[in-house]
Design a protein around this ligand. Structure first.
Ligand code: OGA
Ligand code: MN
Length: 224
């Protein structure tokens, strides 16, 4: 389904997706996840796609498990490369603004208390994988909601590279999602183990997380 798009007048074009945001909050409330094909506004998808393809491959880093001080590389769990998105490019700003609008919407509808956002492009070369994992550890982490979207046009079933989203620890079959352009997957970070299967060609995704603020007096978290 195509989401409703409103392009506000003014110098900075704004992309809002009110219908999509409602669909996402309803799904998070009732089942904790959503898989929505053709979800993103086409303007956003094409902007992300264009920007991603002109990024220089050298600025992608080996992905680590955890971030900043907890960062360590572990080739056995994941082999993709990532590039963190900040607001220094126009496209990065547009994307982070869109995520911010979704954050505000989720806080209003679901009272999640989401505080900050982090997002990266991920580049899975042919054969790369990310084994079954949770994005947050129950009880101790501050990642609450995970969102993944894909930038691969013309992706066939036989190309592989599925995201497999497991409903819980005991789920062995999971829900298979092909990484097709514009498809959006969103889920509660502590509840849904998931994995990325190897693909027969390069696979491009954008992963984002909404975090709560767990700062205490002696620890500033999330890192600035
Ligand atoms: C992740 C992740 C899924 C995907 O980066 O944590 O699970 O489909 N990505 O790229
Ligand atoms: Mn993940």
């Amino acid at each position: 389904m195509q989401s409703q798009q409103i392009v506000a007048p003014g110098a900075e074009p704004e992309i809002t997706s009110l219908h999509l945001f409602d669909q996402i909050s309803d799904a998070l409330l009732t089942q904790g996840f959503a898989v929505i094909p053709d979800a993103l506004p086409t303007q956003m998808t094409s902007e992300l796609y264009r920007y991603y393809r002109q990024l220089n491959a050298t600025i992608f880093e080996e992905a680590g498990i955890g971030r900043k001080q907890h960062y360590h590389q572990n080739g056995r769990i994941r082999t993709d490369k990532v590039c963190w998105i900040d607001g220094t490019s126009e496209t990065g700003r547009l994307w982070l603004d869109w995520l911010e609008m979704l954050k505000v919407h989720l806080n209003r509808r679901l009272f999640l208390g989401l505080f900050s956002i982090e997002s990266h492009f991920a580049y899975y070369q042919k054969g790369d994988f990310y084994k079954r994992h949770l994005d947050a550890f129950r009880g101790e982490s501050n990642r609450v909601v995970s969102l993944v979207t894909y930038l691969n046009p013309d992706w066939a079933d036989s190309d592989g590279g599925e995201l497999i989203l497991y409903r819980d620890d005991n789920d062995k079959s999971g829900i298979k999602v092909l990484p097709r352009l514009g498809t959006l997957v969103i889920f509660l970070s502590e509840e849904f183990p998931h994995e990325v299967r190897p693909a027969s060609k390069d696979r491009f995704s954008v992963a984002s997380w909404f975090r709560i603020n767990t700062s205490t007096a002696d620890k500033i978290d999330p890192p600035r």
